[in-house]
Design a protein around this ligand. Sequence first.
Ligand SMILES: CCCCCCC/C=C/C(=O)SCCNC(=O)CCNC(=O)[C@H](O)C(C)(C)COP(=O)(O)OP(=O)(O)OC[C@H]1O[C@@H](n2cnc3c(N)ncnc32)[C@H](O)[C@@H]1OP(=O)(O)O
Ligand SMILES: Cc1cc2nc3c(=O)[nH]c(=O)nc-3n(C[C@H](O)[C@H](O)[C@H](O)COP(=O)(O)OP(=O)(O)OC[C@H]3O[C@@H](n4cnc5c(N)ncnc54)[C@H](O)[C@@H]3O)c2cc1C
Length: 664
Amino acid sequence: MDGIDHLADERNKAQFDVDAMKIVWAGSRHAFEVSDRISKLVAADPGFRKDNRPMLGRNELFKNTLRKAAYAWKRIIELHLSEEEAAKLRFYVDEPAYTDLHWGMFVPAIKGQGTEEQQQKWLPLAYKMQIIGCYGQTELGHGSNVQGLETTATFDPQTDEFVIHSPTLTSSKWWPGGLGKVSTHGVIYARLITDGRDHGVHGFIVQLRSLEDHSPLPGITVGDIGMKFGNGAYNTMDNGVLRFDHVRIPRDQMLMRVSQVTREGKYMQSDVPRQLVYGTMVYVRQTIVADASCALSRAVCIATRYSAVRRQFGSQDGGPESQVIDYKTQQNRLFPLLASAYAFRFVGEWLKWLYTDVTQRLQTNDFSTLPEAHACTAGLKSVTTTATADGIEECRKLCGGHGYLCTSGLPELFAVYVPACTYEGDNIVLLLQVARFLMKTVSQLGSGKKPVGTTSYMGQIEHLMQCRSNVQRAEDWLKPSAILEAFESRAARMSVACAQNLTKFTNPEEGFAELSADLVEAAVAHCQLIIVSKFIEKLLQDIPGKGVREQLEALCNIYALFLLHKHQGDFLSTGCITAKQASLANDQLRSLYSQVRPNAIALVDAFNYTDHFLGSILGCYDGNVYPKLYEAAWKDPLNDSVVPEGYHEYIRPLLKQNLRTARL
Ligand SMILES: CCCCCCC/C=C/C(=O)SCCNC(=O)CCNC(=O)[C@H](O)C(C)(C)COP(=O)(O)OP(=O)(O)OC[C@H]1O[C@@H](n2cnc3c(N)ncnc32)[C@H](O)[C@@H]1OP(=O)(O)O
Ligand SMILES: Cc1cc2nc3c(=O)[nH]c(=O)nc-3n(C[C@H](O)[C@H](O)[C@H](O)COP(=O)(O)OP(=O)(O)OC[C@H]3O[C@@H](n4cnc5c(N)ncnc54)[C@H](O)[C@@H]3O)c2cc1C
C-alpha cells in the first residue's frame, strides 16, 4: 500500500535476536528454511488465493477446494517436493480438504494397523493418490463410545470374504472427512463377526467408489452430511454419511497387524495389545497438539499486531491516543495467550518425541509405555485444543469490533478450529481417560512400583502431600523449582483426593461416574503440569541468539503464573500455596508483562507467518490496517451496486406505502 512499516517502531524496541527465535520456534534451522521457503512459494501463487472463501456458496466453495487440492498435488510433483515439503505446502495452503484425512489418517491407519504385505499393496497406491482414502469410524449413533459401533463385518468362509453391513440407521457412518464426495476408499471400523461370535471393533479397507467414473459401488449409499458452523470455514470439507448393504470385500482387506482371521475363519490375536486398533487416534492426537500452537500463534499474531496499531483514549493536548496494547487489561488477556502458543509449541515437540519413542518400542514388542502415550496424547490434545479455541475467541474480542469482520481472519480461524475440541475424541471424554490412568497410578503407589515418565513426580508423594511453598517475595516465583513444586503438589493432591473419595464407593465404576467432574479437574492439573515442566526443560537446552533465552524464560513464567492465578482455587484449597503467595504471583505477572511488552511484536514476528497465511488485515505485517480495511469493504459483493438488488421488490414498495400512510 504506502510501503511504510507502521510497526517499525515496535520492531525496533525488540531486545532479542528475532531470527534466532524463528529457528527456536520452527524447531531447527532446517525446519525453518523449509517452512520459510514453502510459505513464500504458496503466498506468491495466485492459485492458492483464499480471501474469497466467506463469499462463496457451498458448491462453488467445494469445487474451489478440489481445484486447489489438485493444483497443490501438481505443484508437489512438478517441484519434486519431499514428504516434509509437501506436508508444509498443504499446511500453508490452509484449507481443510479431503487430503488432510488421506494423508493424516488413512495412510497412518494402514501403516499402523496393516501387515507388511498390506502396506506393500496399499501404500504405493495411496502415496501416488491413485486411491484416495478416509477414516470411517464414527457413526450417527456412536462416536465417543467406539465399542458401541454397530457396523458389522461378518466373515463368510464360503467365499473367503467379509460382508460389511449397516444394520440400523444409527449405524450409518457419519462425519468422516473426505467421505462425502471424494474418497474412493476408506478404513472402515466395524464389529468383526466370525462363526456367530462378535470380536469387537476392527479396521477394514473398503472400496467405496468406482475408480472409473467415481460412482458408489453396489450396496453403498454415500453423501455429504450438510453445512457446518461458519461460512466457508470447515465447509470446504465433505464430511460424509455412508451406509453398507451387504458389501463384500476380500478377507485380506481386514487390517491384520493386531489380529487376524484365517482362511478357515479362525480369529487369532497377535501378542500386541488390542488397543493398537486405536493407534491412529493416538498418532493424530499427537499432531493436533502441535497444530494447536499453530492456530493459537496465528490468532495471537493478529491480535498483538492490531493491539499495537489500535489507539483508544489517553490523548493529552492533542497528542496521540494510547496504543491498546499498553492497557494492562489487554496485556493480561493477550500475553498469557502468547506464552501459551510457545508452551504448546514445545510440548508438541516433546510429544512428537514421545510418540516416535513409543512407536519404536512397539516395533520390538515393548508395550510398556503405551498407556502413558495414550494418556499424554489424550490429555494434551484436550487441554491444548480447549485453550486454543477459547484463545482464538479471546483474540477476536481483543480486536474489538473489527475482530468480528471476516477480513480480520479470526471468525474463520475460530470456525475451522473449534471442532478440534470434539474430533479425535471429545475433550471431556479424553480427560476421563487421563483420570483413569492417574487413578491407576495412585493405586499402585504403595505397591513399590515406581511411577515413571510424566507421573514420576508421584514418586515423591509423601513430600508433595505435605510441602508448603517457600515463596516469600514476588521474584521467588521466577525460580523453576518453586513453580514445579506448586504444580506438582497441586496435581498430586487433586489426584490423591479423588482416589480417596473413590474408596467411599463400593462400586468403583459408580464412584468414577459420580466423581467425574473432580476427576476431570485432576486430569487438567496433571496435563498443565506436563506443559509447564516441558517448557522448563526446554530452557535447560542450549538456546543460541542474543536475548532469546531471556524472552523464553519470561514467557514460561507468564504461562505458569497465569495458570496459577487462573486456577488459584485449586492451589489454595489443596494448601499448596497461601493467599499471600497467590497475590505475589500476580505481582510477578504484572512485572513480566512489562518485560514482554517491548518485545511483543518481535515475538509474534518470530512465528514467521506470511500475510497470505495469516489471512488477516488486522494482523498484516506492515500494520497499515485502516486503508486496507476501507478498501476491502468496497470489494464486498454487496457493494457491487450502489442501490442493492431487491430495492424495487422490497424497499421501494415499503417506502411508498409509508408515504401513503403518512399522507393519510
Ligand atoms: C491430520 C488430520 C486432520 C485432523 C482432522 C480431524 C479429523 C477427525 C477425525 C476423527 O475424529 S476420527 C474419530 C475419532 N474418535 C475418537 O477419538 C473416539 C474417542 N473414543 C475413544 O478413543 C475410545 O473409545 C475411548 C474413549 C478411549 C474408550 O475406549 P474403550 O471403551 O474401548 O476403552 P476403555 O474401556 O475406556 O479402556 C480400555 C483400555 O484401553 C486403553 N485405551 C483406550 N484408548 C487407547 C488408545 N488410543 N491407545 C492405547 N490405550 C488405549 C484405556 O486406557 C484402558 O486401559 P486400561 O485402563 O484397561 O489399562
Ligand atoms: C469436524 C469434524 C470432523 C470429524 N471427522 C471425523 C472423521 O474423519 N472420521 C471419524 O470417524 N469421525 C470424525 N468425526 C467425529 C468425531 O470423532 C466425534 O464427533 C467425536 O469423537 C465425538 O463423539 P460424539 O460426536 O459421539 O460425541 P458424544 O460422545 O455424543 O458427545 C456428546 C456429549 O456427551 C459427553 N459425553 C460422552 N460420553 C461421555 C462420558 N463417558 N462421560 C461424560 N461425558 C460424556 C461429551 O463430553 C459431550 O459433551 C468428526 C467430527 C467433527 C466435528
